[in-house]
Design a protein around this ligand. Structure first.
Ligand code: TTP
Ligand code: MG
Length: 357
């Protein structure tokens, strides 16, 4: 019997902001756009304090401001969120190597082979994530991905919901059809118009009826989903198109020595990333973000794909020489692309470091 865990971080962007600025504790916090609620832009997310005022993701910032003028409005800081995202996924990777990375704040983990109760696994993950990031998350555990995702949405924040064969009907049948994977706003409206508002109402129909109404493939999908049936596998492996590493300095840097040393370190790390998966790279790109946030890249493609440090370092420095260093540097990054497989290796290791594009 499979056991799948779905994890979703609580009020993710807002929680990272609260961690960056402890003085925000207890205040309504809204993250979105440039952080200026008098300008255009939408809410990316808000903390639970702000949700009490009716604010939610995708709402115009101006509407959010009307609902709660005293809320603290902040711009989106993707770099900070990606850093925390990597950290919490590292904790998951230590619990089980079979992970599907679904987004910046969520992932699935196959815990079938772990000899602990769901409560123990959840405790270990929550404690690990709290230690690594200071953040809270909500966990759902179920026999498959479909149910695990529904479960993690049931009790937030900092919740744990376990769906089993025994409690499945009681837990999911009262829920809106929208909670099923693959039912978006349009499908929801269509289903509602046909008289299906809850999952239980779908489950009350025979397969033939649903196929008659929705066609073979979607009808069968709805029939199975409403009964909590799903055998979709975790997608744990993507062919990487590139591997990259970057560093944001604590303080903006002008000293060439510091930049060069950081570049050498990043080159080493990114080479480790591709070597672990038996790739070589043809193109090296260096990215520089200056203190005014202007970001430039310089790339060079080599004659053949390589994974040796001396060649890649030399190429990275050739890119480096094509930047101006009059302004201070906020961030430096290295990317290897044009990846070519060199042999068979351990496909799981280092997966999280390799980026899909
Ligand atoms: P969610 O997990 O949907 O939301 P959340 O983590 O903020 O809150 P919850 O406790 O309910 O899980 O999305 C994760 C992050 O993705 C969220 O912090 C911000 C971003 N996001 C957007 O930028 N736009 C959106 O419309 C949504 C839904 C999320
Ligand atoms: Mg979340």
């Amino acid at each position: 019997m499979r056991r799948i865990l779905h994890i979703d971080m609580d009020a993710f962007f807002a929680a990272v902001e609260e961690k960056k600025r402890p003085e925000l504790a207890g205040k309504p916090v809204v993250v979105g756009g440039s952080g200026d609620p008098t300008r255009r832009g939408v809410v990316s997310t808000c903390n639970y304090e702000a949700r009490k005022f009716g604010i939610h993701s995708a709402m115009p910032l101006r509407t959010a401001y009307k609902l709660c003028p005293k809320a603290v409005f902040l711009p989106v800081d993707f770099e900070a969120y990606s850093r925390e995202s990597e950290r919490f996924k590292e904790v998951l990777g230590q619990v089980s190597p079979v992970m599907e990375d679904v987004g910046i704040d969520e992932a699935y983990l196959d815990i079938s082979d772990i000899e602990m109760t769901p409560e123990e696994i959840s405790r270990q993950i929550k404690d690990g994530i709290r230690q690594a990031t200071g953040l809270t998350c909500t966990i759902g555990i179920a026999p498959n991905k479909l149910l695990a995702k529904i479960a993690s949405d049931l009790r937030k924040p900092d919740g744990l919901t376990i769906i089993t064969k025994q409690n499945l009907e009681q837990l999911i049948w009262p829920l809106a059809v929208r909670k099923l994977y693959g039912v978006g706003p349009k499908t929801e409206a269509a289903l509602n118009a046909m008289g299906y508002s809850t999952i239980g109402e779908l489950a009350a129909r025979s397969k033939e009826e649903l196929v008659g109404q929705f066609g073979e493939s979607y009808g069968e999908y709805l029939y199975e989903a409403a009964r909590g049936i799903d055998d979709s596998p975790l997608v744990t492996h993507w062919e990487p198109k590139s591997a990259s590493r970057e560093t944001t300095f604590e303080r903006d840097v002008q000293d060439w020595q510091v930049l060069a040393k950081t570049l050498v370190g990043l080159v080493r790390e990114v080479i480790d990333d591709i070597r672990e998966r038996d790739y070589k790279a043809r193109t090296v790109t260096v990215k520089i973000r200056y203190s005014d946030f202007i970001t430039l890249t310089r790339a060079k493609t080599m004659e053949a794909a390589v994974d040796d440090e001396a060649t890649i370092r030399k190429t990275a420095f050739e890119c480096m020489k094509r930047f101006e260093f009059k302004k201070r540097v906020r961030l430096i990054g290295v990317r290897l692309s044009g990846l070519e497989k060199t042999g068979q290796g351990d496909g799981e290791k280092g997966r999280k470091l390799l980026r899909r594009e």
